[in-house]
Ligand binder design. Structure first.
Ligand code: IVH
Length: 676
C-alpha cells in the first residue's frame, strides 16, 4: 500500500507531528537542561526525515516546525514594523553613588509601601521582542529605534533558546523581551573560521550577534549558535501576568524560555551592592558577555506608581561595569611591514590577564599615536578591553614612569630591508618604498594574490610561497604562471613538493584563470583597493585597458572610490613594472574583461534612478543589471531621468521629485518585464 499517496495524507501528517514533537523535546532538553538524550546522528536522521517529508508535502509543513531551526529560508528584506509596546531603554550609570541615589529616591517615592528589588545580569547583545499568540511565536522584531524595528522572525526561529511553541500554561497574548547574545565559545570558533577563510573577523560578540540577525540566509544564522536570554515580559490590558518581576521570569522559564539563573531578590542597597561587586569579578567566568547589572523594583503594580521619565522607567536602572583596565610594562616595540609597505608598530608587553585572556601584544597604530600618547621607553601602559575583544592601549601609567624616561624614537629605516622610510603628506603612517626588494612586502603581496577572495589558489599557503621565493622561482605574482612542472617536483628542504603536489598546484593556477575580472583587480593588491572597491572599479571600467588609462579624476567618479584611493590606483598603474606584470598576467590568460559587459541594448540611451529595496536584486545588482542592458544609472532625479525604478520603502523625496518632473515610475516587476 502506498502510505504517502496524495489521497490519504493522514499517516504522513501523523508521522510529521510525531517527528516534530520528538525533535522539539530533544531540543528543549539539550538547550534548556543541558541533557543530550540521543546521539547527534539519530537527531540529524530525524531532522532529515522531517525535512524530506516537508519538501514532499509542503502543504502539511508547520510554520513552527523544528526544521525552521536549521534555517534555509532567505530573507529578502527585513520589513520595518511598529512595536506594539515601545521598547524603552534604561537609565544607566557607572557610579555606585548613583545607584544609592536611585535606591533612596525609589524608597522615598514609594513612601512606606513594602517592596524588594531584583538584580540580574545586563546581557551584552541585541534586544529583541517576541510576540506570542496562543502559545505560538508569531513575530520577532529588533529594538530598532524603540518605536519601530526590523522583522527578523525567520532568523529568530533558528535560535534554539527561542521557543516556537510554548509549553504548559501561558498567557494568550504577550510579548517576551530579551537579548540575543553570542556565547564566547561559538563566537571564537566563528572568528577562527573567518580568519582561516580570509574574512575580516568580527570585533566583538555584540556586533556579530547583531550582524547575524540580519543575515539574508537563515541557514547561515542557524550556524552562528546564538542564544536568547529572556529578561522581560509584557502583555496588553486584560491579560494577567504574575505581579512580581521575579515571578514573571519564573513563569517564562516554565513556558520554555531560557531564563538565566543569575537573578536575585534584594531587600536593600547593601544586597544590591554585594550583587554588583560579585559580578564585577565573576562575569569573566560566564560563557557570554555582560556589561553591567540591571536593578528593577520587583513588585510590578508599583511600576505604574513610579512611572516613566522621558525615555526610561523610574522603576529600574542599569549599573554598567567600567571597561577593565590594567597597566603593564612596555618591554619593546616591534615594527611590522605589511604587503603595501605600511609600518605598524606593535607593543610587546609583559603578559597580563585582562577580561578573560592573556594580553601580550597590542597595536600602537602609528607614529602619531605614539607621540600623542607620549609613550616613553620603559613605560607602563594602560590596556583596556571594553566591548571590543581586541585590547587597546589607552594611555601611559604616569605613576610608574621612570625618572628621565626618553620618548620613543620612531624608526627611520625599514626593519626588514633597511630602506629609509617615507611618510606621505597627510597620511599618518610611514611606509617602506622598497616594494620589490623588501621580503615581507613581496611575500605579503603573493599571499594576498592567492587568497580566497582574490585568485583563490588554496594549494599555495605561506610556506609554499616562501619556498618558491627562496628557490628564486617567484618574485612577483606574474612569475607564478611561468612555473613549470620540472621546477616544482622535488622542491623544499625535504622534497616537500612531489609529482602530485606539482600537478595540483599547476591545476590550481590554471583554474585561477577563470576567476572573474573584479577579483583579478582585487588580487593586484593596490593600496586601499579592497574587495568592494575592486568590484566597483571593475564594473565601472569594464576592462583592464580602460582601468589602466583612467585619470585620477575619472577614478574618483566611481562610487565609493575616494581621492586617496583614486591617487593610489593611478600611481600603481603608472609604474612600468606594474604594467609589465599586468601584461604578463594578461598573456597568461587571466580575465581582464568583465563578463557582464553588455547583455542587451534595451536601455540604450536611457538614464534610470533606483530607489528603495528590491525583491530580486540588491541595490548594486539592479544597478549593474541596468548597465548590462545599456542604461545609465544616476543617483538623483533630474529632467534627464528616463525612469524611476521604485522598490519598497522608497524615499518620499524621490517620489515627490519624480512626480513633479513627470518622470515615469515603474515597479521592480515592470522593470524586469522591460529588460526580459
Ligand atoms: S530591562 C523597560 N533587563 O539593556 C526596561 N534590559 O537600556 C526593559 N538589557 O535596551 C529593559 N540585559 O536591551 C533589561 N536584564 C536586562 C537586560 C536589559 C540587557 C538591555 C536592553 C535594553 C538596555 C538598557
Amino acid at each position: 500500500m502506498d502510505l504517502f499517496s496524495a489521497i490519504d495524507t493522514e499517516p504522513v501528517q501523523r508521522r510529521m507531528d510525531e517527528l516534530a514533537k520528538e525533535l522539539d523535546r530533544l531540543n528543549y532538553e539539550y538547550y534548556m537542561n543541558d541533557r543530550s538524550l540521543v546521539s547527534d546522528e539519530e537527531f540529524d536522521g530525524m531532522m532529515r526525515e522531517l525535512q524530506d517529508l516537508e519538501r514532499q508535502y509542503p502543504e502539511l509543513a508547520s510554520p513552527l516546525s523544528p526544521t525552521k531551526r536549521v534555517g534555509g529560508e532567505v530573507n529578502k528584506i527585513f520589513r520595518s514594523v511598529q512595536h506594539r509596546f515601545p521598547m524603552l531603554s534604561l537609565g544607566n550609570t557607572y557610579s555606585i553613588a548613583e545607584i544609592e541615589d536611585f535606591e533612596a529616591r525609589t524608597r522615598k517615592l514609594l513612601d512606606g509601601v513594602p517592596f524588594t528589588y531584583t538584580c540580574e545580569l545586563k546581557y551584552d547583545g541585541v534586544a529583541i521582542g517576541l510576540t506570542y499568540r496562543h502559545g505560538r511565536l508569531v513575530q520577532a522584531v529588533t529594538r530598532g529605534n524603540g518605536t519601530t524595528g526590523d522583522d527578523i522572525t525567520t532568523n529568530a526561529k533558528t535560535i534554539p533558546t527561542i521557543p516556537l511553541q510554548l509549553r504548559g500554561d501561558y498567557p494568550d497574548d504577550f510579548e517576551a523581551r530579551g537579548e540575543v547574545v553570542y556565547p564566547f565559545d561559538a563566537f571564537n570558533a566563528m572568528n577562527a573560521q573567518r580568519e582561516a577563510d580570509g574574512d575580516e573577523p568580527f570585533a566583538n560578540p555584540r556586533n556579530a550577534a547583531s550582524g547575524s540577525l540580519k543575515l539574508q540566509d537563515s541557514a547561515e544564522c542557524a550556524k552562528r549558535k546564538l542564544m536568547f536570554c529572556m529578561y522581560f515580559m509584557m502583555a496588553p490590558d486584560g491579560v494577567v501576568l504574575p505581579d512580581t518581576h521575579f515571578g514573571r521570569l519564573e513563569y517564562a522559564r516554565q513556558m520554555g524560555f531560557k531564563v538565566q539563573p543569575y537573578i536575585k531578590e534584594c531587600k536593600d542597597i547593601e544586597e544590591i551592592k554585594d550583587f554588583i561587586e560579585y559580578w564585577d569579578h565573576a562575569r569573566w567566568e560566564l560563557p557570554f558577555g555582560i556589561d553591567g547589572i540591571v536593578i528593577k523594583v520587583n513588585q510590578t503594580p508599583l511600576w505604574d506608581r513610579l512611572g516613566l521619565t522621558a525615555k526610561s522607567p523610574r522603576w529600574a536602572i542599569a549599573f554598567k561595569f567600567k571597561a577593565e583596565r590594567v597597566s603593564t610594562l612596555l618591554e619593546s616595540i616591534s615594527y611590522q611591514v605589511g604587503r603595501t609597505g605600511v609600518i605598524t608598530p606593535v607593543a610587546n608587553l609583559t603578559p597580563v590577564w585582562l577580561g578573560g585572556t592573556t594580553v601580550k601584544r597590542a597595536t600602537l597604530v602609528n607614529a602619531d599615536f605614539i607621540a600623542k600618547m607620549d609613550i616613553c621607553a620603559g613605560d607602563h601602559l594602560f590596556i583596556e578591553k571594553g566591548g571590543e575583544i581586541i585590547p587597546k592601549v589607552v594611555g601611559v601609567d604616569m605613576e610608574k614612569r621612570q625618572l628621565g624616561a626618553m620618548p620613543i624614537q620612531y624608526i627611520t629605516r625599514c626593519p626588514e630591508c633597511g630602506t629609509p622610510l617615507v611618510r606621505v603628506e597627510g597620511e599618518a603612517g610611514h611606509y617602506c618604498p622598497n616594494s620589490d626588494g623588501c621580503h615581507p612586502q613581496i611575500i605579503g603581496r603573493l599571499e594576498h594574490f592567492v587568497s580566497r577572495k582574490a585568485m583563490n589558489i588554496d594549494t599555495l599557503g605561506p610556506e609554499r610561497l616562501e619556498m618558491l621565493y627562496g628557490a628564486g622561482l617567484v618574485r612577483n605574482v606574474a612569475d607564478l604562471y611561468d612555473l613549470k612542472r620540472e621546477q616544482l617536483v622535488g622542491l623544499g628542504t625535504d622534497a616537500t613538493i612531489q609529482d602530485k603536489g606539482a600537478d595540483n598546484l599547476l591545476a590550481a593556477l590554471e583554474a585561477s584563470k577563470q576567476v572573474p575580472f573584479e577579483r583579478v583587480v582585487f588580487a593586484l593588491g593596490i593600496r586601499y583597493v579592497g574587495e568592494v572597491g575592486a568590484k566597483k572599479l571593475a564594473r565601472y571600467f569594464k576592462n583592464i585597458d580602460a582601468l589602466m588609462a583612467a585619470t585620477e579624476e575619472e577614478l574618483a567618479q566611481v562610487e565609493d572610490v575616494g581621492e586617496v584611493t583614486a591617487k593610489a590606483v593611478s600611481e600603481w598603474f603608472a609604474d612600468t613594472e606594474h604594467r609589465a606584470i599586468v601584461e604578463r598576467l594578461r598573456a597568461a590568460g587571466l580575465q581582464m574583461n568583465g563578463q557582464w559587459a553588455v547583455v542587451s541594448g534595451r536601455l540604450d540611451g536611457m538614464t534610470l534612478v533606483v530607489s528603495g529595496t528590491f525583491q530580486h536584486f540588491s541595490r548594486d545588482e539592479i544597478k549593474a543589471d541596468i548597465e548590462n542592458h545599456g542604461g545609465k544609472v544616476s543617483g538623483s532625479i533630474s529632467g534627464k531621468t528616463s525612469l524611476l525604478v521604485a522598490g519598497e520603502k522608497m524615499g518620499p523625496e524621490k517620489l515627490k521629485k519624480a512626480e513633479k518632473l513627470g518622470v515615469k515610475i515603474i515597479s521592480e516587476e515592470e522593470y524586469m518585464e522591460m529588460v526580459k
